[in-house]
Write a protein that binds this ligand. Structure first.
Ligand SMILES: NC(=O)c1ccc[n+]([C@@H]2O[C@H](COP(=O)([O-])OP(=O)(O)OC[C@H]3O[C@@H](n4cnc5c(N)ncnc54)[C@H](OP(=O)(O)O)[C@@H]3O)[C@@H](O)[C@H]2O)c1
Length: 299
């Protein structure tokens, strides 16, 4: 199971590393097996992607997802709309995918050009085909504990902690950030009644000026602010588990919320690169194959 190393790149660090790669590998192996069963039953699961505009990074992300989809055995129909596309053009593409029973999951690559409204587009996706798990209906399902696609990054963090056998149940988790993508859904997820969750969760944000008072007592601290270097060793309880979710990109340079020196204080920590990211992508495909299973009644 866990293949984490106790050797960190930060000198003087003793924290055990919690890489996301092996977690993703395990999840994707399960996804590939599920896809194989669906195909054997005559259903090719299809994850449709929509790209609007010509942003190089977004086009690159879509290509990576399509390649991975193909490797896993998914069909991946794709629509590329020009940057001049209207909101109605985008909604029309989504309506077609919603109506197509051969398409089981739909992904709109974020960000979309400035004149378009991503949230409105997301709301047009059939909630049962929403592989990001971010549709308002799916956020509602999460809040109510109903089955449905889970938001990928929070679900990836729960899987990462479970894979590395970090006990969560009954422990104090502090999440720095209440954003819709990460902090807020993660807090809901880790407070659910389930052996890999079941935590006492506190969420802090800019409204809590003395947030270090809370993070310093956390047994598990999740950084979800998107402010490079905001979490420093003095914010971490010695021996705590630190998960770096928040990142900002400057060009291709990744700037994480968690300062690397936290590895000197933490008991376990996600690596600067290859922590939460790979688990997020794995959860996207897990949502896609589960969507196909639910829609076809197979598996
Ligand atoms: N690794 C991955 O795969 C992955 C995937 C998705 C997202 N992310 C990252 O996760 C981060 C969070 O994204 P999001 O969309 O959920 O959040 P978001 O909407 O960007 O909100 C950030 C949150 O952090 C809080 N915050 C910002 N600066 C703060 C400060 N100085 N002190 C205390 N709190 C502060 C904000 O507080 P207020 O609410 O008070 O403004 C807000 O709640 C981003 O960096 C994003 O890139 C990573």
């Amino acid at each position: 199971m866990s293949s984490s190393s106790s050797v960190s790149v930060v000198s003087g660090a003793t924290a055990r590393l919690l890489p996301g790669g092996p977690v993703a590998d395990e999840v994707l192996a399960e996804v590939a097996a599920s896809v194989g069963r669906l195909r054997a039953a005559g259903v090719t699961p299809a994850l449709a992607t929509v790209l609007v505009g010509d942003d190089d990074a977004s086009a690159g992300y879509i290509r990576i997802k399509q390649r991975q989809a193909a490797e896993l055995g998914f069909a991946s129909p794709h629509v590329h709309l020009p940057a001049s596309a209207s909101q109605a053009d985008l909604h029309a593409v989504l309506a077609d995918f919603n109506a197509d029973s051969g398409v089981h999951g739909v992904l709109v690559q974020h960000p979309i050009p400035g004149g378009l409204d991503y949230d409105r587009a997301l709301a047009e996706v059939d909630p049962d085909k929403d592989v990001d798990g971010m549709h308002p209906v799916n956020m509602g399902r999460l809040a109510l504990g109903l089955p449905g696609p889970l938001p990928c990054t929070p679900a990836g963090i729960e899987a990462l902690l479970a894979f590395h056998r970090v006990p969560v149940s009954g422990r104090e988790v502090v999440v720095l950030g209440r954003g819709a993508t990460l902090g807020r859904p993660l807090a809901m997820l880790l407070a659910q009644k389930r052996p890999t969750a079941n935590a006492a969760v506190t969420v802090v944000h800019t409204g809590v000026a003395d947030w270090p008072r809370y993070t310093r007592r956390a047994e598990i601290l999740v950084a979800a602010a998107g402010v490079p270097g905001i979490v420093r060793p003095e914010h971490v309880r010695p021996g705590a588990v630190v998960v770096g979710g928040g990142v900002r990109y400057e060009g291709r340079r990744l700037l994480p919320d968690v300062d690397e020196s936290c590895a000197r204080v933490a008991g376990a920590i996600t690596p600067r690169v290859g922590g939460v990211g790979p688990t997020t992508v794995a959860m996207l495909f897990r949502n896609a194959v589960r969507a196909a299973q639910r829609q076809t009644g197979l598996g």
